[in-house]
Ligand binder design. Sequence first.
Ligand code: SF4
Ligand code: SF4
Length: 316
Amino acid sequence: MKELVVLSGKGGAGKTTVSAALATHWAWRAVLVDADVDGANLHLVLRPRANRATRFMEGKLPRWVSDRCTGCGVCTQVCRFGAIEGGQVARITCEGCGLCAQKCPQGALQMVERHSGDWFVGRTPCGPLVHARLRPGEGNSGKLVALLKEEARGLAARSGLERILCDGPPGAACAATASLAGAAAVLTVADPSSSGLHDLGRVLDLAQRFAVPAYTAVNRADLAPELSDAVDEECRSQGVPVLAHIPFDPAVLHCVDRGVPVSAQPDAPAARVLAKLAAALDDLMGPSESHNGEARGSRRSASDRPLMAGAPTEES
Ligand code: SF4
Ligand code: SF4
């Protein structure tokens, strides 16, 4: 089983557009993961059905037992984070240290598990999708990403799917690091802008630290040819192949507005480049045996994938 992670150093570079296009070209060969747990949106394009939701419980939070509380104010005094007032907890600032519960003379505060988010498994026209929603202000995004990837690996093993395609989180912090663990390759989606160039460097450094082979696709390359050349140069200097220059294409905006992958308009210029990118990555990921012994490129029968009605099309 091989994992490809799609990363960009910042949001808005086109990572999800690229991931959704790869998903349609690799339909039912990969388990899909949206590891952007703070702002998942792959599900908006691939529209999973039959979602199974599970709570993500991480850390602790004080629960106030109001009828025991005398209003003494000790909890407010001891909390360094200003997160509790007379037993009432502001969860966004509470760090879950438990000091208030320890010091409460009435035992009116009990530390309980914290519901930090939810994660989902659903079926899309392109394969199973694992994604999540972290509640605002919650930490532990890296842990949630690691959990999603673990779930995806189990799902791939059980379903006989040969790959994991992970739409990674933006940036190069904890969640991006977690998404890279165990990856066979990373595709960086670069924006031809000075900030895009800077962020590309951070992601490539990260990939190098994990010793994961990196490839790059430059999105909207024709909008800023000089900066696109600078991205090429940066990649060349780091020995990172640039696999695609995706043109700016109004069809992409149209597809985003409609909530469908750009492959829904296969003749659009960006869709053609993305199809070639998927084929190039297919070759680079190398031959892979699925768990049921089928060779790479084999397709599951229609009866094996009851929800697969083909990738969404402009007509559908
Ligand atoms: S320390 Fe306990 S009893 Fe005192 S105000 Fe806080 S919750 Fe109420
Ligand atoms: S658990 Fe810690 S951070 Fe949260 S309210 Fe209590 S003392 Fe403050």
